[in-house]
Design a protein around this ligand. Structure first.
Ligand SMILES: Cc1cc2nc3c(=O)[nH]c(=O)nc-3n(C[C@H](O)[C@H](O)[C@H](O)COP(=O)(O)O)c2cc1C
Length: 268
């Protein structure tokens, strides 16, 4: 992508030419990142079946990554492959990668499983140390002038967080794996919500792409301010206090019908 064609909000992005560094470039990037920073470096591997990915996971570990995220980005468009087969494929990938490396392995999931709680439980049983909620699938658009399918990058917005909050609350009550939330985290107070729902980690991308990397300081300041105003020493004390198991009305995380939503509009 040419820098000139980027929307204004994304003009500060680094040249995209260097974005896809290829496999070796990525390994070198991990190695250099590890040398440059004092915080843990979590590498991300995009795949959905075993084989070559397992060897690559080993190389990522050797390059110095502290943990590995398996980003399972697979669109189930083949009519002859069942959901069960796809789930088995994911589980085998996790099993094989876990057997190949010593560093913690987390799985970045999509929310589109028929039985997410069941799948999360199985991934955890297969050895996943963490689950990342959730992947966003970028949807292609149609350009009416050229009559072509075009890719479009829609950055997230704050409303996407609610889906994650619900599932963090539900899953943190069921499984032992650590949960991370990614998608719609924009403010320090969003981090508080994620922690309360039961997440241990939050990740941000869109808000930094929109505002620049320095924006992370504002988010952290908002978080600190909230903790201070609410007499909380750290986020640790908040983790899971509103998980589905802990809330006084556990059904609140499952209620989502139109009647309830309309009632809440009347009450406003
Ligand atoms: C330009 C761009 C590139 C991304 N590349 C990856 C990627 O390579 N692997 C991945 O797991 N997620 C990728 N993501 C997804 C983000 O890591 C993140 O999960 C998602 O954007 C939701 O978080 P947000 O609401 O803070 O943007 C990308 C997102 C953006 C906007």
């Amino acid at each position: 992508m040419n820098q000139q064609t980027l929307p204004d909000a994304l003009q500060h992005l680094p040249e995209m030419k260097g974005y896809n560094r290829g496999a070796n470039g990525y390994l070198a990037h991990i190695y250099q990142a590890k040398k440059a920073v004092s915080i843990p470096v979590i590498a991300s591997l995009n795949g959905y079946y075993s084989g070559g990915w397992v060897q690559y996971a080993r190389l990522i570990e050797a390059a110095g990554a502290d943990a590995l995220e398996l980003n399972i980005y697979y669109l189930a468009t083949k009519p002859n492959i069942s959901g069960q087969e796809i789930e088995e494929m994911y589980l085998h990938l996790v099993r094989d990668v876990k057997a190949a490396v010593k560093i913690p392995v987390a799985v970045k999931l999509s929310p589109y499983f028929s039985a997410l709680a069941h799948m999360a439980t199985r991934l955890n049983a297969m050895g996943a140390d963490g689950l990342i909620l959730f992947n966003r699938f970028y949807q292609p658009d149609i350009d009416l002038e050229t009559r072509k399918v075009v890719s479009s990058l829609d950055l997230s917005n704050a409303t996407e967080l609610r889906l994650r909050l619900r599932w963090a609350a539900v899953l943190s009550s069921i499984i032992k794996a650590d949960l991370a939330v990614t998608g719609g985290v924009e403010r320090g107070t969003d981090i508080v919500k994620c922690m309360m729902a039961g997440a241990k980690v939050t990740a941000v991308a869109s808000v930094l792409l929109k505002n620049g990397i320095e924006h992370i300081k504002i988010i952290l300041k908002e978080l600190e301010q909230w903790l201070e105003e609410n007499d909380e020493e750290s986020i640790k004390g908040l983790q899971g206090i509103l998980s589905q198991q802990k809330v006084t009305d556990p059904a609140a995380f499952e209620r989502a019908n139109y009647m309830n939503v309309l009632k809440s509009l009347e009450e406003e």
